[in-house]
Design a protein around this ligand. Structure first.
Ligand code: PLP
Length: 397
């Protein structure tokens, strides 16, 4: 007799579909060796050496223990100094900063600390796959707003206004965007701020993980720079993307003490603290990492141009992304669905990219191409893309 595992799993977990990105990683890894992957959402760079060395030194010196729950003071002070330097914002290391296990933990903590069953959370799609899932795991109701290429995938103030109800608890904003590469400038964010001023009860969770990877002027911006609403903005940030530190599993939350404290309560019981070695490494990253970030940003920008040119040569329309390391071209002209396009491109040409509908229904008809890959691989993948689209076209004619 076999045990009925299925009936033991919570309904809440069952209702969340498995991530569609996974399927492509699995398919691509089966084809190992022959595949160029432009599917991955993490830097191909190795963490800069001095940052790694700071982590190694902490191990050599025997700092292998739990840290205080919210993080070592030294690490929080370094983050406060980084945020002041790069954004001009002031956060008190004692209560307004919580060091987390990546930006991912921040998303989860906010959902669990804020949501009562049935509360609505506005999610701006297409978006990072965890936004909807973390809300659903916390018994919240995701209310999606679809952004459009003709608006450069920015959230339009009237779209936000239309999605707000008396059940709205918070909004998740993720700019620069994964998967579209869209950026919202301070002027764009000011319009969102104006909507929020009309709705004084609503909190914003602003995911700014890709903030440094901005190809307009390289200056990160934050919704929390607007002092009129800063008291209800929770910023999620971290080191994974800009500092190429995904494996360190470290990020942080910034916000008013009254919101950080309940999130720290969950963190304290469920996680305890983020890895101490990583906390040492980010002191170096925060205080001395600017030149490394700038070097990587410039290289991403070079690759971004090559990708955009490659898409044009392949006859695929793409709105110009100015942030993160993704392009989100339309594949509608091919007549294939996003899934079909990605599967065939992988099987026939050995290049892995991600179907746009993995990031929300409005992503159907699009694909996400990551340029966190070597220039050589990007160039070869673009050559194969042009070949693929011309073969598709010839097949249709
Ligand atoms: C928009 C966005 N936010 C948050 C995360 C999570 O990052 P971390 O690795 O710091 O947990 C990711 C990772 O892909 C992301 O793309």
């Amino acid at each position: 007799m076999s045990f009925d595992y299925e009936s033991k799993i919570s309904d809440c977990v069952k209702q969340v579909p498995p991530s569609a990105i996974r399927r492509f990683f699995d398919l691509a890894s089966e084809m190992k060796g022959r595949v160029i992957s432009l599917s991955i959402g993490e830097p191909d760079f190795v963490t800069p050496w001095d940052i790694r060395e700071a982590g190694i030194d902490s191990l050599v010196d025997g700092y292998t223990h739990y840290s205080p729950n919210s993080g070592y003071s030294k690490s929080k002070e370094a983050i406060a100094e980084y945020i002041k330097r790069r954004y001009g914002m002031t956060y008190d290391p004692n209560g307004q900063i919580l060091i987390t296990v990546g930006g991912s933990e921040g998303l989860d903590l906010a959902a669990r600390a804020l949501i009562n069953p049935g509360d609505e959370v506005i999610i701006v799609e297409p978006c990072f796959v965890a936004y909807k899932a973390t809300v659903m795991f916390a018994h919240g109701v995701p209310v999606t707003v679809s952004t459009k290429p003709e608006n450069s995938y920015k959230l339009m103030p009237e779209e936000l206004e239309a999605a707000i109800t008396d059940k709205t608890k918070y909004i998740i904003l993720g700019y620069p965007s994964n998967p579209t590469g869209a950026v919202m400038t301070l002027e764009d964010l000011a319009k969102i701020k104006d909507v929020l001023l009309k709705h004084p009860d609503i909190i914003v969770l602003s995911d700014e993980l890709y903030g440094e990877l901005n190809y307009i002027d390289g200056k990160p911006v934050s919704l929390a720079q607007f002092s009129e609403i800063a008291d209800r903005v929770i910023v999620i940030n971290g080191f994974s993307k800009a500092f190429a530190m995904t494996g360190f599993r470290i990020g942080y939350l910034l916000g008013p003490k009254e919101l950080i404290a309940p999130m720290n309560k969950i963190h304290q019981y469920c996680i305890m603290c983020s890895p101490s070695m990583a906390q040492y490494a980010i002191v170096e990253a925060s205080l001395n990492g600017d030149a490394h970030v700038e070097e990587m940003r410039k290289e991403y920008n070079r690759r971004r141009r090559v990708i955009l040119k490659g898409l044009e040569d392949a006859g695929l329309e793409c709105f110009e992304p100015f942030g993160a390391f993704y392009a989100f071209p339309s594949i509608k002209s091919t007549g294939l669905s996003s899934q079909e396009f990605c599967e065939r491109f992988l099987m026939e040409k050995g290049v892995a990219i991600v179907p746009g509908n993995a990031f929300g229904d409005c992503g159907e008809g699009f694909v996400r191409i990551s340029y966190a890959a070597s220039m050589e691989n990007i160039q070869e993948a673009m050559r194969r893309l042009a070949e693929f689209t011309s073969e598709l076209k010839a097949g249709k004619d």
